[in-house]
Design a protein around this ligand. Structure first.
Ligand code: PMP
Ligand code: GLU
Length: 401
């Protein structure tokens, strides 16, 4: 086909870098290569057995039909209860929309709220899909960058400076993908104070890593009363319950926003999968599965220590999610005589080719000096990966261009 016939929208859109790297790793594996895949942000655990049993029962109970567009009432009630139990937040079921993964929840909100030219303040480093989703909705991402020296966390002054008359939304995640950083209560307070001065700005708070948080507490910006009506909470089952393939996310917002997202979803996808919805309700009623988070924390500690031992890597100690995001710019311009590392993209390619370790370059996350490693894998594999990376980079460390 003549690809010039494709829409401008799709022509300028990059492929999701996370999914692209994951596919490259899968392809190499299929060719028989012993690839360690640290690219995809996906728990290595299977979904807990009791959640799978709830899905089997849902099938037997006849949950095989379209559900209401915003989701089954039993799931929306479970979400309302979860928000009260875990976050001390009051919502009613009309404020909840269940989606095909958190990704669709973010897309619904952007499509529901953005007009051409509206600005979205994007805390960088950011998850790759935020930027594309904003653009699909004709919005303009305005990046605010927080580097490793500030633990990748945007401060109040930076936020204030980024807001203009055109700002419609703020979009960020804590715990963060790709950095793992977690905002403290005090840091939230500072951000909330700024947002108080901009009553027309709404905030998308992506809390999908809520349960993978090794600090004492998870805070939602919605817990500041004066902001609650303007905060759109995004969450989902993929990470905390190891349910990536089930495709259940959700959002909680004021009724007007929730209703308009239902309108969009009704035209695009009708509703999320009925069987997954029943299983998700079971999982949320059951509550946290702490074994997974404990394992992630043990792996985190091992991986931080190992990455810090690699010459030239700048490594911080994030308290959430399952990512490390070292600054690897020390290697830019260095060669092993065959390959030259020019940027984070070539760095990731060389690691994949020479060390058979798949990662994701920092560039599509808005952080061209960094590289994302997902440590959602066993300690043995983490040790092997770190050793391969170190060995591969030794050659680049010695020979300068
Ligand atoms: N937000 C963040 C920060 C993520 O890392 C992901 C990972 N996929 C998502 C949203 C989307 O999750 P899902 O669509 O699987 O619910
Ligand atoms: N969110 C995960 C990641 O960042 C899964 C892949 C995706 O949807 O981007 O790797």
């Amino acid at each position: 086909m003549d690809t010039s016939l494709l829409s401008k929208r799709v022509k300028v859109m990059p492929e999701s870098a996370t999914l692209q790297m994951a596919q490259m790793a899968r392809d190499l594996k299929e060719q028989g290569k012993d690839v360690i895949n640290m690219s995809l942000g996906e728990p290595d655990f299977g979904t807990p057995e009791d959640i799978k049993d709830a899905a089997k029962k849902a099938l037997d109970d006849g949950y095989t039909k379209y559900t209401p567009v915003p989701g089954l009432p039993l799931l929306r009630e479970a979400i309302v209860n979860k928000l009260k139990r875990d976050n001390n937040l009051d919502y009613n079921i009309n404020q909840i929309v269940v989606t095909n993964g958190a990704k669709q929840a973010i897309a619904n909100v952007c499509l529901a709220m953005l007009d051409p030219g509206d600005e979205v303040v994007l805390f960088a480093p950011y998850w790759v899909s935020y930027d594309s989703i904003i653009k699909i909705a004709d919005g303009v991402p305005v990046e605010v960058y927080a580097g490793i020296e500030q633990d990748f966390k945007v401060n109040a002054r930076q936020l204030r400076d980024a807001i203009t008359d055109k700002t419609k939304l703020i979009l960020f995640s804590s715990p963060s993908n790709p950095t793992g950083s977690v905002y403290t209560y005090e840091e939230y307070e500072e951000l909330a104070k700024v947002l108080k001065d901009f009553p027309n700005v709404h905030i998308i708070s992506d809390e999908i890593y809520e349960y993978i948080n090794f600090s004492a507490n998870h805070t939602s910006l919605a817990s500041f009363d004066f902001l609650k009506d303007r905060v759109i909470i995004i969450n989902g089952m993929s990470k905390g319950f190891a349910m990536t393939g089930w495709r259940i996310g959700y959002m909680a917002a004021n009724e007007a926003i929730a209703k308009s997202c239902v309108k969009i979803q009704g035209q695009f996808t009708s509703a999320a999968n009925s069987i997954s919805q029943v299983a998700a309700a079971y999982a949320l009623d059951h509550g946290i599965y702490p074994e997974m988070s404990e394992k992630f924390n043990a792996r985190r500690k091992v991986f931080i220590k190992l990455l810090k031992e690699i010459p030239g890597f700048k490594v911080n100690e994030p308290l959430g999610a399952f990512y490390l995001f070292p600054d690897i710019s020390y290697y830019f311009g260095k060669s092993n005589g065959v390959d030259t590392i020019t940027d984070s993209v070539s760095f990731a390619e060389i690691l994949l080719k020479n060390a058979l370790v798949a990662t994701v370059p920092g560039k599509p996350f808005g952080a061209p000096d960094c590289l994302r490693f997902s440590y959602a894998t066993s300690i043995e594999i983490i040790e092997e990966a770190a050793s391969r990376v170190k060995t591969c980079l030794k050659e680049f460390n010695i020979k300068k261009l």
